[in-house]
Design a protein around this ligand. Structure first.
Ligand code: CA
Ligand code: CA
Length: 167
């Protein structure tokens, strides 16, 4: 995936060993760390990324924080964070992870609100990704024509937006 270095210049691949090591070495050092459920608060993402030497822009941090607030009530568990880290370098993997996480009310469908929030996150994470309006996404993604977008339909659709990242 040589072309990807232009799309996500500051993103590198994290191995499982690395991510586990961050969990063991860095997480317990964070002020909001809670051992019972192995979680931290959003505000500790900044020191965490610093320890990892993984530079993130203010706008990326803002989007991650919003996502954490909305999806997990502001407390991120290591397991959830681990999933994000392992797919951070791989656009499609990250999109899949996001699609599954997007369904914040757990009804198996991506609502307009859930979709728009996710688009903001994705374009924050990856500024070159084109923002597709909800109506257009439904036209393209609603394969069974029931007017709703299931998680499966969302994942398939996300796979196809590869082509429209840049003109
Ligand atoms: Ca939903
Ligand atoms: Ca559908």
């Amino acid at each position: 995936m040589d072309g990807d270095k232009n799309i996500m210049p500051s993103t590198r691949e994290f191995t499982e060993e690395e991510v586990e090591r961050y969990g063991t070495e860095f997480w317990p050092k964070l002020p909001s760390y809670r051992a019972e459920d192995r979680s931290i608060e959003s505000c500790d993402l900044i020191p965490l990324f610093k320890m990892m030497k993984w530079p993130r822009t203010d706008s990326q941090i803002r989007q991650y924080t919003l996502f954490n607030e909305k999806t997990w009530g502001g407390r991120i568990k290591f397991e959830n964070w681990r999933g994000a880290m392992l797919t951070a370098h791989d656009r499609i993997g990250y999109l899949r992870w996001t699609a599954e996480t997007l369904d914040s009310n757990g009804d198996g469908y991506i609502s307009r609100e859930e979709y728009e929030f996710g688009m903001d996150l994705l374009t924050g994470h990856e500024p070159e990704l084109a923002k597709v309006p909800y109506e257009q996404m439904v036209r393209e993604a609603d394969v069974d024509g029931d007017g709703r977008i299931s998680i499966e339909e969302m994942i398939k659709w996300l796979d196809t937006i590869d082509n429209r990242i840049r003109p």
